[in-house]
Design a protein around this ligand. Sequence first.
Ligand SMILES: O=C(CO)COP(=O)(O)O
Length: 250
Amino acid sequence: MSHSRQKLVIGNWKMNGGYRSAQALLQPLVTAGVSAVVAPPFVYLSESARQLAGSSVSLAAQDVAAEAGYGAFTGEVSARMLAEAGVRYVIVGHSERRQYYGETDAQVAEKSLRTVEEGMIPVICVGETLAQREAGQAFAVVSAQLMAIADCCGVDFLAGAVVAYEPVWAIGTGRTATPDDAQAMHAHLRGVIAGRNPGIAAGLRILYGGSVKADNAASLFAMPDIDGALVGGASLLANDFLAICRAAGL
Ligand SMILES: O=C(CO)COP(=O)(O)O
């Protein structure tokens, strides 16, 4: 059974931007009327929401607190605050958070739950390291990361989520997974979810991330199980990001 999934392209600015460049990156997207999603750093979210009001561009946050509501958690930003600021998607479990800040699958699951509780959509990131790929463990590692979320939150939870496959060795390295390699992983993940619930698997959007550029986006998007992209470096170049959105038909 074929299932039409709307493509999704998210620009993850990471810890980049600057107040002026944030404005300069958003304006061409607004003018172009493209249905893209951008994830600026927390401090730019409110101002970005004002700039994007009435446009087809949506906002994502790069992380969220695992704790709900408000409370004494210095330095944390809660899902409720993000929702109030006009955020629609939240990136959770990015490999940089897992690697540098020790985020666990359990924390990623909690953050995903908080996101949905506040009416937003979690973008759950999974991906293997180069050592894991070379050891032939890529499929096992990545499906375990995804199933940890499904086990904790329930597989039905994925109906309101997006998954991003980002092989760690392809992030910021210029070394993109080949469309065939990415497709193989996406099909594997969809198959694992289908084992629990075929309907949810068919509707689940699985994005690819890792050195997606204007010149390789179309070949990735042509793959049947690649439903869009989570773009890092190229999302900081307005024309390149726009070209990637266009390649997705947005
Ligand atoms: O980590 C990424 C997006 O979240 C990918 O980053 P690059 O596109 O810079 O490789």
